[in-house]
Write a new protein. Structure first.
Length: 146
């Protein structure tokens, strides 16, 4: 069954489209103290996350690669959320988001902002991997540094 128009409208909310059309922090962080690349073969999304670390904090974080609108918008939103955090804080934030995307905890809480737009993706289980690819990639990259 095709998703209804209303569901699609919810999925491709304005915020998601805005991040897709004008991605924030796209490119490579220099120096790339942290770099990790991963893909979602189900959709063809491929994302590399790079970050510059200063005093244990993420001074700069960028993503590069290609993917669908959900994947790129989520990557763009993620970079804005993780910049300025310590690696431990970033891991915590990522894990919290992953729990929301698995439906383990409700969507919401502090510091949501643009991230709230991704809640609509939960209605499309096949797209959840698109929304979480960059986060999973950043998580792997950070874990490798700890
Ligand atoms: Zn995708």
């Amino acid at each position: 069954m095709l998703p209804s128009r209303r569901m699609l409208e919810e999925l491709y909310q304005e915020i998601i489209l805005d991040h897709y059309r004008r991605p924030r922090n796209r490119g490579k962080a220099v120096p790339a103290d942290l770099a990790y690349k991963d893909s979602n073969p189900l959709c063809g999304d491929e994302i590399e996350v790079t970050a510059t670390l200063v005093d244990g904090k993420i001074k700069d974080i960028k993503f590069d690669g290609h993917g669908c609108s959900i994947c790129l918008a989520s990557s763009s939103i993620m970079t804005g959320k993780l910049v300025g955090k310590t690696l431990a804080e970033a891991l915590n934030y990522i894990e919290n988001f992953q729990k929301m995307m698995r439906g383990d905890i409700p969507f919401g809480g502090k510091e949501m902002g643009d991230l709230k737009a991704l809640e609509g993706v939960l209605k499309f289980p096949v797209r959840v991997k698109c929304a979480t690819l960059a986060w999973h990639t950043a998580h792997r990259g950070i874990t490798a540094k700890l």
